[in-house]
Design a protein around this ligand. Structure first.
Ligand code: HEC
Length: 134
């Protein structure tokens, strides 16, 4: 009896072990994997502080992820370039960027999903703080 118990436990553990998904299990991390079952210490955290956002850690990554696909000098349609600090600062300070991301879904990012509440707040706070190059 004991033999079968141990045998069946071995079978169960060896089967499930193969199927465990490893990854980062902290939902605050940039590379959070909602399907991970075992944490492999691979979590990467952002240095972005939403209340005093830095250009490099907070603002630029938003433009890289959501805007650079179109707003780059190399875009053949010649649309507004938002590819560096100067260009981003000018368009944030004159209000164009914030207006465009708060309009109807699909306006900016064009045909994409609206930025998250946190991403919009980051850009607004950065503007409030005078759009520093930090
Ligand atoms: C899929 C391509 C695409 C993406 C991604 C995109 N844009 Fe645009 N954007 C455009 C095009 C094209 C225009 C020119 C106006 C138009 O066609 O609506 C434009 C125009 C603008 C303008 C000028 C608006 C005006 O009133 O003329 C701003 C500001 C802007 N985009 C900001 C952004 C920001 C900020 C992001 C990222 C959060 C973004 N866009 C992402 C394609 C895009």
């Amino acid at each position: 009896m004991r033999f079968f118990l141990i045998l069946s436990m071995l079978v169960i553990t060896s089967c499930t072990y193969d199927e465990l998904l490893v990854g980062c299990m902290d939902s605050l991390a940039l590379n959070y994997d909602p399907y991970a079952q075992v944490d492999d210490s691979s979590c990467i955290f952002s240095d972005c502080e939403v209340n005093s956002p830095s250009f490099t850690d907070c603002v630029e990554p938003i433009f890289i992820e959501h805007c650079w696909g179109c707003h780059f000098p190399s875009n053949p349609n010649g649309i507004l370039s938002l590819s560096n600090y100067e260009e981003i600062r000018n368009q944030v300070l004159n209000g164009n960027v914030i207006e465009s991301i708060k309009r109807e879904v699909g306006f900016m990012p064009k045909n994409g999903e609206r930025l998250t509440v946190e991403e919009i707040l980051i850009i607004e706070n950065w503007k409030e703080n005078g759009a520093p190059n930090n």
